[in-house]
Design a protein around this ligand. Structure first.
Ligand SMILES: Cc1cc2nc3c(=O)[nH]c(=O)nc-3n(C[C@H](O)[C@H](O)[C@H](O)COP(=O)(O)O)c2cc1C
Length: 130
């Protein structure tokens, strides 16, 4: 779990794909946190990405760093607890310019049923499941 978090965090930017009816949608994401032994992402409830996840929470993430790439397959579960939001904002303070733990928009979601694969052109793929 830590390895997946570290890869995504140190990538700086990772790309989150969702399902919009029968079409894929992908966009850059960067906010990430570990809270209660789970990997969390952050978004705004007003965004299409949030509405897509609400309808279908199967997502995939891709990132590339230092000759290796990661593909993370997961379900995202919304966590409405204030503590989870505060933890996200403390870990990613740049978010505080746009979000607060008490606004109606801030959304944090944790990954469940995760299957991550780290690949490169030289090494065998490494699969991490949690
Ligand atoms: C480098 C980078 C990192 C970003 N990180 C996030 C993020 O963690 N959460 C988020 O909601 N939006 C983030 N954004 C903005 C989203 O990519 C943008 O709002 C996007 O349009 C959301 O997808 P949607 O239009 O399908 O809702 C980031 C943008 C960039 C350029």
């Amino acid at each position: 779990m830590k390895e997946v978090y570290e890869f995504l965090k140190s990538s700086g930017v990772f790309y989150l794909a969702t399902i919009d009816n029968d079409k894929p949608r992908v966009r850059p994401f960067g906010a990430i946190n570990i809270y209660n032994d789970k990997i969390y992402l952050q978004t705004g409830k007003i965004k299409p990405v949030s509405k897509q996840i609400e309808k279908n929470n199967n997502v995939e993430i891709c990132a590339f760093k230092d000759g290796k790439w990661i593909r993370v397959e997961a379900k995202l579960i919304r966590d409405e607890s204030r503590e989870a939001k505060v933890s996200m904002l403390e870990a990613n303070p740049e978010l505080k310019a746009m979000y607060s733990a008490d606004d109606a928009n801030t959304e944090v979601l944790y990954m469940e049923n995760v299957k991550a694969t780290i690949s490169s052109f030289t090494d065998a793929p490494k699969v991490i499941e949690f």
